[in-house]
Design a protein around this ligand. Structure first.
Ligand SMILES: *[C@@H]1O[C@H](CO)[C@@H](O)[C@H](O)[C@H]1NC(C)=O
Length: 390
């Protein structure tokens, strides 16, 4: 099955099918009104025989909201597990708490640092009750580190050079982050800084040195620093080459490797082809015996895409289920990317790529093979039974 061909013919198909299917739009499906089953069940997704290549739409619709009542034991044990949470998909907070035992780190996407005002880090997104609940679920056998993400936004090249050369300013930033961590008992931070700084045109060497100094300053206070880094895109000069990894690795605890968004609205297709993920990891740490492998957290998307003739975009759990409710055909498996997809025949049509139990399992198997951890983007976007696999 060549999905690239399929997707490239999308525009033609959509323009034809739109007209013939238009009358369907007014009908309201009975299924849509049915309350979906949710909550804990005795058996996990494996025991319910749901982790397989040939999947049926009705099975997904019936089972996706259910999860094993055993929310504590782990299946994936090859490396550390980080889960992101965004304030705009608040189901992530609930899932982080419910599946507390399956995570080593949770990163709520809460903070932004702008160059103009290093000390004014807005705290309005912090969920105090949730923080309290997460700490309360810690016990002598298992704790989850809270490592909020910090986005460096709107930095010009002058701003970056200023931060690099002005030690006072840099210390101010480090102190502000340490104080914030102390006030809320954070265990570290995910720094979303690489992509933001690299496009300023400033030399990588300078940016690496700057990040290392910040990381060292935070490490003294026992804070774990995780650096979000882009995957390889097949360019002459990769955004995040092995050399950068090697220079940062002694200072950075983990690298959250964003192995998703391989395709795009401009170039539709699978979200994270499995061979590409493997290459991304191997390019950074080629030797499988190198212990630095364990510092890599392979990005695992819990969201998908719906590509349409007018573009489309990323979709999350509820949007995916809605598309499935109106879908009559068969979900297909692409052997090349190891992803399921289907062609939408109603409304605006298009193609849908969304993770399934089987596609996630094959990626967790890959992480086990490579001896790396995982980072899930993000906990509020997937289907409940995905958590049975972690
Ligand atoms: C921690 O692990 C020990 C040994 O497996 C067990 O006996 C104990 O109940 C566990 N504690 C909690 C709070 O789960």
């Amino acid at each position: 099955m060549n999905i690239f061909f399929l997707v490239s013919t999308l525009f033609l198909i959509v323009s034809v099918s739109n007209g013939t299917l238009a009358p369907e739009q007014g009908k309201k499906s009975k299924k849509q009104e049915k309350v979906k089953k949710s909550g804990p069940v005795d058996k996990d997704a494996y025991q319910r025989s749901l982790v397989k290549r040939d999947i049926k739409v009705k099975d997904i619709l019936r089972e996706a909201g259910l999860h094993s009542k055993d929310t504590k034991s782990r299946r994936f044990t090859a490396g550390d597990v980080l889960g992101y949470i965004t304030p705009w998909n608040s189901e992530g907070y609930e899932n982080a708490n419910k599946f507390h035992g399956k995570f080593d780190m949770v990163s709520p996407v809460w903070f932004t640092i702008k160059s103009q005002d290093l000390l004014k880090i807005s705290t309005h997104d912090i969920q105090k009750q949730w923080l309290h609940d997460m700490k309360a679920a810690d016990n002598e056998n298992h704790t989850v580190k809270i490592v909020p993400r910090i986005l460096f936004e709107g930095w010009s090249s002058d701003d970056i050079i200023e931060l690099y050369s002005n030690i006072k300013k840099r210390d101010k930033l480090i102190k502000a982050l340490c104080d914030l961590a102390q006030a809320y008992q954070f265990d570290g931070y995910v720094l979303e800084i690489w992509n933001q700084f690299i496009f300023s045109g400033i030399k990588k060497k300078l940016i690496i040195s700057l990040i290392n100094t910040i990381a060292d300053g935070l490490r003294i206070k026992d804070l774990d620093i995780i650096l979000a880094v882009p995957p390889q895109k097949g360019m002459d000069k990769e955004l995040f080459p092995k050399k950068a990894f090697d220079l940062l690795a002694p200072h950075i605890r983990y690298f959250s490797l964003m192995t998703y968004d391989y395709s795009s609205v401009q170039n539709p297709g699978p979200n994270a082809p499995i061979d590409w993920i493997k290459t991304c990891v191997e390019n950074l740490v080629p030797d499988s015996k190198d212990i630095k492998r364990a510092q890599i957290l392979m990005g695992l998307n819990f969201y998908g895409y719906h590509y349409t003739s007018t573009g489309g975009g990323a979709i999350i759990n509820s949007q995916y289920l809605k598309l499935l409710e109106n879908f009559k055909g068969k979900i297909q498996w692409d052997d090349k990317s190891n992803e399921h997809f289907f062609e939408v025949k109603h409304n605006e049509g298009g193609y849908v790529f969304f993770p399934t139990l089987y596609s996630i399992m094959s990626r967790l198997d890959l992480a086990t093979e490579l001896k790396i951890g995982i980072s899930v983007w993000e906990l509020g976007q997937g289907l409940k039974y995905f958590f049975d696999l972690l």
